[in-house]
Design a protein around this ligand. Structure first.
Ligand code: K1U
Ligand code: ZN
Length: 168
């Protein structure tokens, strides 16, 4: 489970689909710890294992707002979505300095396993719901760029390639 950093678009590994976590082992708990460290270092509020080149269904979330506790979601799945939608400008650690307007369900119910391997269900709304949907997209190889028209997608892809060559 070695990792070097957060993968930057258009790295093809961001398109890989995560495998389910079979057993929550010490290695999985260590991976979650490592992901929290990386996410906090980059001032993110969420991170999917796919973003650090680990194809396992695991996400970490920490809104750091004093209202929502941090979350580790193993094998997460959305089981209900509101009809009400929320449009927001989403950032992504795999797209430095890029914000894309994405429309997502305003409220969701999800299930996941925790670090003890126990399944639980929870409801989320607002930024937490948006962040969980964004991270589950990562586990499925889907990225914010996929919510853009093909022309805007092409422009962003060129811009990111240039940025990767010059800065990253
Ligand atoms: O998945 C990621 O790359 C992390 C991403 C999560 C996310 C942010 C905003 C909407 C949906 C999902 C980030 O954390 S990018 C950083 C960012 O945009 C942000 C940071 C603090 C507060 C609010 C947004
Ligand atoms: Zn992201």
């Amino acid at each position: 489970m070695a990792e070097k950093g957060v993968l930057i678009y258009p790295d093809a590994r961001l398109r890989l689909i995560a495998e389910p976590v079979k057993t929550v082992t010490h290695e999985i708990r260590a991976l979650a710890d490592q992901m929290f460290d990386m996410m906090h270092a980059k001032q993110g509020i969420g991170l999917a294992a796919t973003q650090i080149d680990v194809q396992l269904s695991l996400i970490t979330i920490d809104l750091q707002d004093g209202a929502h506790p941090s979350l580790v979601l193993i094998n997460p799945e959305v089981i209900e979505k509101s009809d009400d939608m929320l449009d927001s400008e989403e950032g992504c650690l795999s797209f430095p300095n890029v914000y894309v307007k994405v429309s997502r369900a305003e409220a969701i119910k999800f299930k996941a396993q925790n670090l003890e391997g126990q399944w639980f269900e929870q409801e989320a709304d607002g930024l937490l719901a948006v962040c969980i949907q964004h991270e589950i997209d990562h586990l499925e190889g889907k990225l914010i760029v996929d919510y853009l028209s093909s022309l805007k997608k092409q422009i962003l892809r060129k811009k990111m390639k240039k940025l990767k060559k010059t800065v990253l």
